[in-house]
Each structure stands twice: as structure tokens, then as C-alpha cells.
Write a protein that binds this ligand. Structure first.
Ligand code: TYM
Length: 336
């Protein structure tokens, strides 16, 4: 008997602007893996989006391939989820064009990530950067996805996706698109902090801020031992300053609850030695990353397999995208 229950559609992506770090893993990829059994999943490598900030990469395909390897090394199964390169799905670009016709300069200029990028790189304020949220909406809406596993920093982009979807439905008087939600298994969206005492772990936040899944143990230990701390608590149970809170947050994701409790207790009694805490965190981090690193290494040389995964993903993604784009063209009024 065929299963007629309709599964929810899930879609998300990661830009190939560097290796996958703990923020990408806990904010997004871990949920991709958890969702692939129960949902119809589309996970892609956002290699169009990467050009907004890296217009002339040295090895665009190599970078995208690396993210694909890391997806699989983390447990994504190409027979369960559709895994593909964004650039293999040109239907996305057609939808991007239609959504851009109804996206307004004012709302695009107000997006926090756009304002940040303008501040960081005032010499490269390109139109792709401005319309980043419409391309992202096109990625999601091309499959009519309803759940989008992402970290906290993508929340505003999801809000915009809903705005564009609703506006399209209203303008053309058809319920073409559902309104997708950012998703994290019934929990709040998360933000993994960096090691430099600043807010967020990121690929472009500077050397030493991020821990990558394929990082070697020596380098992980070095980064953690150098992480910013202060001179220690002076009052019992005092509030932790940001850089210390960050270390505890990292410990919560890779260490056992007992370990976290042990150091928390020492902190509250003003007896913590940050060197000991960092040593423990470094060992737990190495143990967490090492299986991923080994798997990534193993997959890296298997070009035939990776090509097959990309081809299979491309075919499945295009099948889904073509249906949507046909409907969209029809609703707008183009020739069938
Ligand atoms: P990107 O490549 O910056 O990040 C990929 C995913 O990792 C999450 N993330 C984090 N989560 C928690 N803590 C952190 N420190 C942290 N750093 C990154 C991001 O929230 C994201 O989920 N615009 C997206 C790529 C994209 C996309 C899409 C996502 C393009 N089209 C459609 C979803 C749906 C981005 O720049 O991700």
C-alpha cells in the first residue's frame, strides 16, 4: 500500500564560504539530520549566496563540494534527503526574479544582515547583497517548504520570506505559497557564541573565534586555551561576564551535564580555575569533533560517490522546483 500521508516539507542551506563550524552544526545541520526521517527534506549548498560576499572565490566548486562532504559526514543520507547545489537549480533564479519585482527597497535596506555587511565592507554593497533575502525566500518557496531549520541569525530572513510569500499570494489571488517558519524542534532558535568574547561564532569573525568540525585536535586545544577569560569571580554566585558565559555555553553543547555542573559550582563558590575548565572543554571538544573530522577525511577522496550524490540531488530538486515554477508562471499569467 502506498503511503498517502503528506509529509511536511523542509528546506535549508549553508553557504560555502568556509568549513562548517560548531555554530552551523548546532544551529542548523544537527537539525537537518534529525529531520530527514520524518519530513521531505531539501538541503542545499548555497553557492549562489556565497557570491554576495565572495564574488571571485579561488575554488567555488571545491568549496561547495567540501560543504556537501560535511553534510554527509554529519549524517545526512542522500537516499532520505534531497542534497544538492543551489547552482544546480536555476528555477530558483526565476522565482527570485519574480519575488524581486514585489520586494521594496526600503524593506530590503532595513534588514540587519544587510546593514552589517554595509558596515563591514562599504566598498562592496552590491545588489545581490541587498536582495539576499529574496534569493533566500526563493530557495525555500521553490519547494513550498514550511519548516526551515536555521540558527537565530536567520530569523529576520524567515520573517521576510513570509512577507514575500504572503504578498505574492495576495497579489495574484492564489494561495501558491505556504508561510514557512524558522525551526528548532520546539525550542528557541540558538546562537552559538565565538571564542573571542564576541557574540557569535562565525566563519568571518576572525582567526580563533570558530571551531570547525574538521579541525585537528592540536589546533582546537590551542584555540580554546587562548579563549578570552577574566580574572575570576569575586563574589559568590555572581553573574557571569559574557566571555565566561560563552565558555559555559560551549561546554553545555559538547560536555556532559555533570561536567558543566561541576565547573558552574566552582564558579559560584569563587574557586574556579579557568585553565582547568578550558583543558576539560578542549578535551570534550576534541572528542566531539574527531569522528566528524575522520569521516570528512574519508569522504574527501570519493569523487565518484560525491558526483552521484550531486546528480541525484539535482534531479530530485528540479522535479520539485519545476512544479512550483510552472504554477507560478501560470498564476502570473505567462503562456503555458
Ligand atoms: P550561513 O552559511 O551563514 O549559516 C548556515 C547556518 O548556520 C547557522 N549559524 C549559526 N547558528 C547558531 N549559532 C551560530 N553562531 C551560527 N552561525 C551560523 C545559520 O543560522 C544558518 O542556519 N542565509 C543562510 C544560507 C541560506 C539559507 C537559505 C538558509 C541561503 N538560503 C534558505 C535557509 C533557507 C546563511 O547565510 O547561512
Amino acid at each position: 500500500m502506498t503511503d498517502t500521508t503528506k509529509r511536511e516539507i523542509v528546506c535549508s542551506g549553508i553557504r560555502p564560504t568556509g568549513n562548517i563550524h560548531l555554530g552551523n552544526y548546532f544551529g542548523a545541520l544537527r537539525n537537518f539530520v534529525r529531520m530527514q526521517d520524518e519530513h521531505d527534506c531539501f538541503f542545499f549548498v548555497a553557492d549562489y549566496h556565497s557570491l554576495t560576499t565572495h564574488p571571485t572565490p579561488d575554488d567555488l566548486y571545491g568549496n561547495a563540494r567540501q560543504i556537501l562532504i560535511q553534510y554527509i559526514a554529519c549524517g545526512l543520507d542522500p537516499d532520505k534527503a534531497t542534497i544538492y547545489l543551489q547552482s544546480d537549480l536555476p528555477e530558483t533564479i526565476e522565482l527570485y526574479l519574480f519575488l524581486n519585482m514585489n520586494a521594496y527597497l526600503g524593506e530590503l535596506e532595513r534588514v540587519t544582515s544587510f546593514k552589517d555587511k554595509v558596515r563591514q565592507n562599504p566598498n562592496n554593497v552590491n545588489a545581490g547583497l541587498l536582495t539576499y533575502p529574496t534569493l533566500m525566500a526563493a530557495d525555500i518557496l521553490i519547494h513550498k517548504a514550511t519548516k526551515v531549520p536555521v540558527g537565530k541569525d536567520q530569523e529576520q530572513h524567515l520573517e521576510m520570506t513570509r512577507t514575500f510569500a504572503q504578498r505574492f499570494n495576495n497579489m495574484y489571488k492564489h494561495e501558491v505559497f505556504p508561510l514557512p517558519q524558522a525551526y528548532n524542534f520546539g525550542h528557541d532558535l540558538i546562537k552559538i557564541p565565538g571564542l573571542d568574547g564576541s557574540g557569535k561564532m562565525g566563519k568571518s569573525e576572525g582567526e580563533g573565534n570558530a571551531i570547525f568540525l574538521n579541525e585537528d585536535p592540536k589546533s582546537i586545544r590551542k584555540k580554546i586555551m587562548r579563549a578570552k577569560t577574566d580574572s575570576g569571580p569575586t563574589e559568590m554566585s555572581q553573574t557571569k561576564p559574557v566571555e565566561i558565559e560563552n565558555l559555559f555555553t560551549l561546554m553545555k553543547v559538547v560536555s556532559s551535564p555533570d561536567t558543566v555542573e561541576y565547573f558552574d559550582d566552582l564558579y559560584n563558590r569563587c574557586q574556579i580555575r579557568y585553565g582547568d575548565m578550558k583543558k576539560q572543554l578542549a578535551e570534550d571538544m576534541v572528542n566531539f569533533c574527531e569522528p566528524f573530522r575522520l569521516k570528512i577525511e574519508e569522504l574527501s577522496s570519493n569523487e565518484d560517490y560525491l558526483r552521484r550524490v550531486m546528480d541525484q540531488g539535482k534531479e530530485k530538486a528540479r522535479e520539485s522546483a519545476r512544479k512550483t515554477i510552472e504554477e507560478v508562471r501560470h498564476v502570473i499569467g505567462y503562456r503555458n
